[in-house]
Design a protein around this ligand. Structure first.
Ligand SMILES: Cc1cc2nc3c(=O)[nH]c(=O)nc-3n(C[C@H](O)[C@H](O)[C@H](O)COP(=O)(O)O)c2cc1C
Length: 351
């Protein structure tokens, strides 16, 4: 059985995007002429490895973004070369892929952009959203939103150094009393960004609570470049609702896509008004094993299966036998153990 659903090949012009600025934009050109809303896989550090992205792309993700890569680390740290090589590794069959860089020094950002673009990425994305103390505490990620002048210089440096589009991923602001997404987004646009992604949570919220999609609408109304909406899209209906409520040009999904690359097929179907049939347990287990085999090929079985532990828990989520499997998956060491678990689960019905 194939992992990938049969995807509709034609893109009818969507009636739900009256104010879209996607058609004809720099981003649409690297996406191969996107003229209707579509969904991409958001960056997730430690999660969006190459197999995750390949499966998402096969299931209909219009684009993927690498997990964040330190601009300074990429330029300066030869001893980390192996780790960095893994971050920029891509599969020849992956679709459009952006490299996400973080940092707070325009010089390192420019140099990283100059070098990383030779790896064949479709565009460069700048991280202005990460709330993690070790990132934001160092002036990187979401901390850039507290310094609009520096944020603008970072974008300008990347745009000047890049041969292709540069996008920026921001949050709503620092907290509910410091909402400045529209101001930062306008600066990004003025400095040459090709699109802005808005994760509609504040830095203080981290990943908790709900995202406030009004922030995405606010940014969309403030810009003439495309806006990508992000936060709490877990189904085709959510994606449709986000586009309808905010006018955003594309959506980006993170947590709901873990162990669930079919989310992108579901979203495509929703945008096109087509029915969607979710994969059965056997198809989900087959995808999980493909993911595991690819990871073993990339990292060796020992490291690959360790990295597969959390991924496998997401793939079995909601299936009959998942709770017993979860216990065994925590100590997963070999591909044959995973194959046994997959066989047991695939032989049962969805809950
Ligand atoms: C474990 C994890 C790692 C993440 N890593 C990154 C990252 O490297 N770069 C980034 O811009 N956002 C990162 N994010 C944020 C997501 O891209 C996304 O903005 C956020 O999860 C909201 O989307 P969602 O509601 O669809 O999950 C991460 C999120 C999670 C949960």
């Amino acid at each position: 059985m194939s992992t990938s659903p049969t995807l509709p090949s034609s893109h009818p012009t969507s009636p739900i995007l009256p104010n879209s600025t996607l058609a004809g934009s720099a981003l649409a050109r690297v996406l191969g002429g996107a003229d209707m809303p579509c969904a991409g896989l958001a960056p997730m550090a430690g999660i969006t490895d190459m197999p995750t992205r390949l499966l998402a792309s096969e299931c209909g993700a219009a684009f993927c973004v690498t997990e964040m890569i330190s601009a300074k680390g990429y330029v300066c740290a030869p001893e980390n070369r192996e780790a960095i090589r893994e971050l920029v590794q891509r599969h020849p069959d992956e679709g459009p892929l952006a490299a996400q860089l973080f940092g707070h020094e325009p010089g390192y950002m420019a140099e990283a952009v100059r070098r990383i673009q030779d790896e064949g990425f479709s565009w460069i994305d700048i991280n202005m959203g990460c709330p993690a103390p070790k990132i934001a505490g160092n002036g990187d990620g979401s901390a850039l939103m507290d310094d609009p002048v520096l944020a603008g210089r970072m974008v300008a440096a990347a745009v000047k150094a890049s041969r292709g589009p540069v996008t920026v991923k921001i949050r709503s602001g620092r907290d509910e009393n410091h909402i400045n997404c529209a101001e930062i987004a306008r600066i990004c646009q003025e400095e040459g960004a090709a699109a802005v992604t808005v994760h509609a949570r504040t830095r203080r919220q981290q990943y908790s609570g709900h995202s406030d999609w009004n922030m995405i609408r606010l940014v969309k109304e403030s810009l003439s470049i495309p806006v990508i909406g992000n936060g709490d899209v877990a189904s085709g209906q959510d994606a449709l609702k986000m586009v309808e409520e905010t006018g955003c040009d594309m959506v980006m999904c993170a947590r709901a896509a873990r162990g669930n690359p079919w989310l992108f097929a579901q979203i495509r179907a929703a945008f096109m008004g087509l029915p969607y049939t979710p994969p059965d347990a056997a198809a989900r287990m087959e995808a999980m094993l493909r993911h595991a085999r690819m990871l073993c090929g990339l990292r060796g079985e020992k490291r690959g299966m360790r990295q597969m532990r959390k991924q496998a828990i997401w793939y079995v989520q909601g299936l009959r036998g998942a709770s017993q499997a979860r216990i065994r998956l925590q100590d997963l060491d070999t591909l044959s153990q995973l194959t046994d678990i997959a066989g047991e689960i695939a032989g049962t019905k969805n809950e």
